[in-house]
Design a protein around this ligand. Structure first.
Ligand code: FAD
Length: 436
């Protein structure tokens, strides 16, 4: 470990990056390459954020994990970066030296992370099968498991709520890493600069009452569709969850939460049009005979090459229907019934049926600073930036910068650009205030 460790479990770094998604990784690599010591704190058991969970990326259709994994590995092996995973941020304050004092809780994995070698023998012998949220809940994981095959770090964790305490994992572990008695541990990171890269979360499906509150089996989220389309997804092909059949018609519902004041989200989530077009294109390759329809209010193809991407999808046969979907129902014939207000020539309230429906749920802030950090959120809940035009990484707290979707929904290109900007701001700030 390249940090200075005291008996009080205080680790000192030049900068701390909160969030190990693509924004946090890019910022930390940019700072570490300049010689700064960086701590990355991630609440998940692996770094990589949403991007490591995507199939391919618009508008190039590059494999997402092929781009993300090298950055994850580069951060993990960088001599100036220390990664703390499975950690909860408790508070960010300032001490009298004007350093950030960040209180963090290491959540128990019930596996000693210094001993675990990621061999997964514990996972193979565990008798419990549970829905694997990393695969959209479509396949199973064990009660002790490594999150997924390219997770970083490759360290197992035990799910205490579902473990039977049968002890099989403990017996088979070659390094005696399983520890049923692990407790949460608090420690402090002190740093001169900080970057918030806490990203976004999708609005829970349960909140969408008009779209079935998650109770209609063949109504899924866009992140679940990413897993169905991924090369190492749950089925290795696109099947609908209720009966394992290949869907013959698939609908994408845009603005299923965004731009909808009744759900408290009046803003546009910015990436949904493009990722739905991407998924529709990938689907038309995976299921060449399927009818694919996108129900939309407007198509926002604002980035470089995005309009052409949209036009290509229409040329490939993806149908675009302008209309707001009001209601979804399951039907006896195993179809999902949809009622929408058409803005097309035929107009009026229309109905349609599809085998599988994908919702573009709104994107919410990944973290709320309330009570934990003095930085201000904007009216939409994302971190507020004080000079959004001239210095988009600046927050209203000196020395604390923001990167990626933490300040608002955005695509990977804008995330990477902002992460570089945040690193540059932090580097300038560290230069002005001196290295620790
Ligand atoms: C379905 C879907 C498909 C998409 N497809 C594309 C695409 O094809 N092309 C494209 O350009 N964009 C796409 N996007 C957008 C893309 O996912 C984002 O641009 C990108 O993930 C933003 O990265 P980020 O690091 O800012 O946030 P995230 O990926 O959300 O990462 C944030 C990280 O911070 C961690 N974190 C949060 N709070 C804390 C805390 N308090 N303490 C510690 N850690 C914390 C989280 O666990 C997470 O690992 C898609 C989005 C969705 C929803």
């Amino acid at each position: 470990m390249n940090a200075e460790k005291s008996t009080m479990q205080i680790f000192k770094f030049d900068a701390i990056v909160i969030g190990g998604g693509i924004a946090g990784l890019q910022s930390s690599l940019d700072l570490a390459d300049q010689g700064f010591k960086v701590a990355v704190v991630e609440r998940d058991a692996t770094i990589g954020g949403k991007m490591i969970r995507l199939s391919k990326v618009f508008p190039t259709l590059d494999c997402s994990s092929c781009i993300t994994t090298p950055k994850m590995a580069a951060a993990a092996h960088h001599e100036n970066i220390t990664i703390f995973t499975f950690c909860e941020l408790e508070s960010i304050e300032r001490n009298t030296d004007n350093h950030f004092v960040v209180r963090i809780t290491q959540k128990p994995r019930y596996v000693d992370q210094d001993k675990c070698i990621g061999c997964r023998k514990c996972e193979y012998v565990c008798p419990i099968y549970l829905p694997d949220s990393e695969q959209g809940g479509f396949s199973a994981r064990k009660a002790i498991y490594v999150p997924f095959s390219n997770a970083v770090p490759q360290i197992a964790l035990r799910d205490p709520e579902n473990c039977l305490l049968c002890g099989k994992c403990e017996k088979v572990c070659p390094t005696r890493a399983v520890d049923f008695f692990q407790e949460p541990e608090e420690f402090i990171v002190e740093s001169r600069a900080a970057i918030l890269a806490t990203g976004f979360e999708m609005m829970p499906l349960e909140k969408n009452v008009q779209y079935g509150s998650g109770q209609i089996p063949d109504v899924i989220t866009a992140l679940q569709m990413e897993r169905l389309l991924a090369p190492h997804g749950p089925y290795n092909r696109v099947l609908r969850p209720s009966d394992g059949m290949e869907p013959e018609s698939v609908a994408f519902i845009q603005c299923a939460g965004s731009r909808d004041k009744s759900l408290g989200l009046s803003y546009c989530s910015r990436v949904c049009c493009m990722y739905s077009i991407k998924q529709a294109m990938l689907l038309s390759g995976a299921l060449p005979l399927a009818d694919i329809t996108v129900y939309y209010m407007d198509i926002r193809a604002y980035g470089k090459g995005y309009e052409q991407f949209f036009q290509n999808s229409a040329a490939m046969g993806v149908q675009f229907v302008k209309g707001k979907v009001a209601f979804l129902n399951g039907s006896d014939g195993g179809k999902v019934k949809l009622r929408y207000e058409s803005q097309e020539k035929d107009g009026g309230v229309q109905t349609a049926e599809h085998d599988l429906v994908v919702l573009s749920l709104g994107l919410l802030p990944g973290w709320n600073p309330d009570g934990k950090c003095g930085v201000s959120p904007a009216s939409d809940g994302f971190i507020s930036t004080v000079l959004p035009k001239s210095a988009p990484a600046l927050t209203d707290m000196e020395g604390l910068f923001v990167a990626g979707a933490a300040s608002g929904p955005k695509d990977i290109v804008d995330t990477i650009v902002e992460a570089g900007a945040a690193a540059m701001e932090a580097s300038n700030y560290l230069g002005r205030t001196g290295r620790s």
